[in-house]
Design a protein around this ligand. Structure first.
Ligand code: GLV
Ligand code: MN
Ligand code: MN
Ligand code: MN
Length: 396
């Protein structure tokens, strides 16, 4: 790897949408689009074939062997609102540096390499996470694309995406490059590697996730004059569901989060007529996640309406896991195998091609927050092993 070049490009991409209180490159905003354009410009400047596909995924292709399949190296540029400096963008910068290094070393004798920054990995506003990777593998349905809305129910994914040129027509026109394998590198976003003082993790299983919104309807009324026993309080129903989820996941190998809540009309002296909560439930075992959700759902107030997207847990390719382990061993970097509780585009690619995912340590396990941090040394170790593994795949 060329360290200076890696950090130059990392800083260029990572600086876009950065504010005092974190990174704001939320999908379907100008900042996110700016980052995509910047990556396409870098790729073009470096002499690769660069383009944006019908989902907004940005690709860079190096094709020394026309007609052959590509080893694809990918991650995402979008962030949560107030996110950290590394989530996603580290993996894109690592993929870019690997592509540049492989070309320099003439690894084109062995095959084609592509990098991709997937669109809307985070799914912050519309539950549309992993959209770009699902679009290229055919896992995104028209029904889902056309019906996803934000928590309020008033803004649709369809409209937000259309403002940036992504429509169902453009999505269905995608003809992805042929792919032989997929590799991704990411910050762990959890505490395990740091606690064990191991610089590199190789992911076995990516936990499944159910995510969505529940909307409750009550009756809007006066906060002073309405007796307590005559209320239909939509916000109370939401609050009970928040506590209910926390209780439902307890004592199971499962996590559950309500990260957002809305009351309508949202006024101190008005009983809420409508409310909505987001939910996010994850487990490495699908039957546990399903059971927790069933139990929780049964406790909701009558008439609740749910918008829900499920992703099953995925085991990553055994051969690629071993390639990653051996690549690290050749560079004398200690590794461990672990599961990912965060989702990644690798879980979508893994359903159609052999896929692997590498983690570097996250300070104090903090992520989806401004304080997310990984040391420069760990970042560089990650790129070196990533590159070594890519080389192994290319040379068969
Ligand atoms: C995405 O980063 C997720 O795991 O929620
Ligand atoms: Mn994330
Ligand atoms: Mn990420
Ligand atoms: Mn993620």
């Amino acid at each position: 790897m060329n360290r200076r070049r890696f950090w130059d490009y990392f800083n260029r991409l990572q600086g876009i949408g950065r504010q005092d209180n974190g990174v704001f490159r939320v999908a379907w905003t100008d900042e996110d689009m700016l980052a995509r354009r910047e990556l396409a410009e870098i790729l073009t400047y470096e002499g690769f074939t660069a383009f944006r596909d019908g989902a907004g995924n940005v690709w860079g292709l190096w094709t020394p062997k026309p007609g052959q399949e590509y080893l694809v190296l990918g991650s995402h540029l979008d962030s949560v609102a107030g996110g950290g400096d590394f989530d996603g963008v580290y993996g894109v910068a690592a993929a870019l540096e690997t592509l540049l290094s492989l070309r320099e070393c003439q690894f084109g004798d062995y095959g084609n390499v592509a990098i991709v920054a997937f669109a809307d990995e985070e799914g912050v506003r519309f539950n549309s996470g992993l959209l770009g990777s699902r679009a290229i593998t055919g896992a995104l349905t028209r029904q889902e694309f056309m019906t996803m809305a934000d928590a309020s129910g008033n803004h649709s994914l369809e409209d937000a995406a259309a403002a940036y040129g992504v429509t169902w027509e453009s999505l269905s026109a995608i003809r992805p490059v042929p792919i032989c394998a997929y590799l991704e590198i990411h910050v762990e976003q959890g505490p395990i590697l740091e606690e064990r003082q191991i610089p590199l993790g190789i992911v076995n299983v990516i936990a499944g996730r159910s995510q969505g919104y529940v909307r409750f309807t009550g009756r809007q009324n006066h906060a002073g004059t309405t007796p307590m026993d005559k209320r239909q309080d939509a916000l109370l129903a939401a609050a009970q569901a928040v506590v209910g989820l926390h209780e439902a996941v307890m004592d199971h190998e499962c996590v559950g989060t309500v990260g957002d809540i809305i009351a309508d009309p949202g006024s101190p002296n008005v009983i809420a007529g409508h409310s909505a909560i987001s939910f996010d439930v994850r487990a490495p075992k699908d039957d546990i996640r399903e059971a927790v959700l069933r139990r929780w759902q049964a406790s909701w107030a009558a008439g609740a309406i749910v918008q829900r997207v499920d992703k099953a847990a995925v085991a990553l390719d055994l051969m690629i896991r071993n390639i990653l382990r051996d690549a690290a061993a050749r560079l004398q970097i200690p590794t461990m195998f672990l599961n990912s509780w965060a989702v990644h585009d690798a879980m979508i690619l893994a359903q159609s091609v052999p896929s692997g995912l590498l983690f570097i340590p996250s300070a104090a396990g903090v992520s989806h927050a401004r304080d997310e941090w990984s040391s420069p040394q760990d970042c560089e170790i990650g790129v070196m092993v990533f590159e070594e593994a890519a080389r192994t795949i290319l040379t068969g």
